[in-house]
Ligand binder design. Structure first.
Ligand code: LLP
Length: 446
């Protein structure tokens, strides 16, 4: 069993994360509980930041907030000198309210509203990553009205096929995102952007997909974007200085997965760019990458309490926990695979094959199909690994269940960074119109 980050098994046979005993965390904060390993999160920020700085001087690592974004994390990211990729007004608001420096924010989105664009401009975000012609023109108008200049990147689809789940593929031609390179749209967008006052085109962006285990597609994407810079120069005479290669670096959800070392991506990108820049006589660009999962994923663990265990002889044993697709929809949505451990008997042999089900009212609400655990019993604490990315950020109140709390653990200390929702939170936005008040007996529909 692979233990992530600072995980250890203590003398009591309990799983520890960040020096905190998981059974005590579960007792103190309740379950389900998201546990974030601060040292591991910071460590992964630093590996990516330092490896990229070494290969591509002047570069920037921009954390993809869609994978996980809460106020405390914004503080950590700022301390680690990372940028932040936000993709909505809500993510931008979170970052700004948390004191994250606006000039380090990249504003994304394939259908930004006028108010999101206005918010991005007014707050002075570092870059707006423009997705389409409508947005380009709207942004130019808004910037003119505000007497500002917007520093932008153009999102392009370079036509690179990455081997990953169809829902998280984004770099191919048939994609809702960005300007297509293959049909000349990307070059036309660059020409247009360069002609617009109040718009300062800094370069191109692409994101070829997520949970990618090969380095080659990143190298190919770097070459494709450098070629687009060369074409833009040949057409307009302008050399764009920045290339953002997105995120998508794969992580190890379970023992059968072997992603490349985190510092390997920087050299693949550098290799692609050195070759393409030499070929087209371009200066080496300022490189940006936007990893989300590769930073937050392995740093997160979810603790659940084990409830009913249903054995169907010769078929399967279902072990139900007190969470499920509301706190982690990835198994139901993508067929994602996870590894897990009984945290209160972490030293015991995982000798029993079970499937971990959630408590939501549908058959697809599964967390793990087929996992070996140490003979589970009701009341055990189950730790599901690698849940830091796209779990809390995709959580819902399905079945009107409150979303879990999150704790940040480090050196034996555990701090609550997201409080557990209450039933009152779940119905906080409900409104009963006056005409439905109990004293009003009239029933229009009848
Ligand atoms: N940059 C852009 C423009 C993106 O669209 C994404 C992810 C990232 C960076 C970060 O990708 P990462 O390094 O985290 O793979 N909900 C899905 C993943 C959707 C990813 C969307 N875009 C999942 O749970 O697997």
């Amino acid at each position: 069993m692979h233990l992530y980050g600072t995980m250890a098994i203590n003398a009591a046979g309990h799983l520890e994360i960040g020096g905190c005993d998981c059974t005590e965390l579960a007792q103190h904060f309740g379950t389900p509980l998201y546990v974030l390993d601060e040292s591991e999160f910071r460590h992964r920020c630093r590996i990516l930041r330092d490896s990229l700085a070494k290969e591509c001087p002047g570069s920037e690592v921009v954390f993809a907030g869609k994978s996980l974004l809460v106020a405390a994390l914004c503080r950590i990211l700022a301390q680690e000198n990372l940028g932040l990729d936000v993709v909505s007004g809500g993510e931008l608001y979170t970052a700004l309210q948390s004191g994250f420096p606006a000039h380090r924010i990249f504003m994304h989105g394939n259908n930004k509203s006028q108010s999101e664009l206005r918010m991005a401009l007014e707050s002075g975000v570092g870059r707006i990553v423009v997705d389409n012609f409508l947005e380009l023109d709207q942004l130019a108008q808004l910037a003119r009205a505000q007497h500002r200049t917007a520093d932008i990147l153009l999102r392009v689809t370079p036509g690179i096929e990455a081997h990953t789940h169809a829902y998280v593929k984004t770099g191919q031609v048939d994609s809702k995102f960005g300007f297509t390179m293959e049909n000349g749209q990307a070059l036309a967008a660059a020409k247009r952007a360069l002609s617009l006052p109040n718009i300062n085109l800094m370069g191109f962006h692409c994101h070829i997909g997520s949970q990618i285990f090969e380095l080659e597609p990143f190298q190919d994407a770097a070459v494709a974007l450098a070629e687009l810079v060369a074409q833009t120069r040949d057409l307009t005479g302008q050399v764009l200085p920045e290339l953002d290669l997105g995120g998508g670096f794969g992580i190890r959800y379970h023992d059968q997965e072997r992603p490349p070392a985190l510092d390997g991506y920087a050299s693949a990108i550098r290799a692609g760019l050195s070759q393409a820049c030499a070929k087209h006589s371009l200066p080496f660009p300022r490189v940006i990458i936007e990893p989300g999962r590769a930073i937050s994923g392995e740093a997160g663990t979810t603790l659940y309490s084990v409830g009913s265990i249903k054995e169907i002889p010769a078929v399967r044993t279902y072990l139900s926990v007190d969470g499920g697709m509301g706190d982690n929809p990835r198994t139901a949505l993508y067929g994602a695979k996870y590894s897990a451990l009984i945290a209160n008997r972490a030293d015991q042999e995982p000798d029993t094959l079970v499937s971990v089900a959630g408590k939501y009212c549908e058959s697809g609400d599964m967390l793990i199909w087929d996992v070996q655990l140490a003979a589970p019993r009701p009341g055990d604490i189950l730790a599901v690994f690698c849940t830091g990315a796209y779990n809390y950020s995709m959580a819902s109140n399905y079945n009107r269940l409150p979303r879990p709390a999150m704790v940040l653990v480090c050196d034996g200390e555990a701090d609550l960074i997201v409080r557990r929702e209450t039933y009152a939170d779940v119905m906080a936005n409900d409104i009963i119109p006056k005409r439905l008040a109990p004293e009003n007996k009239a029933c229009r529909a009848g």
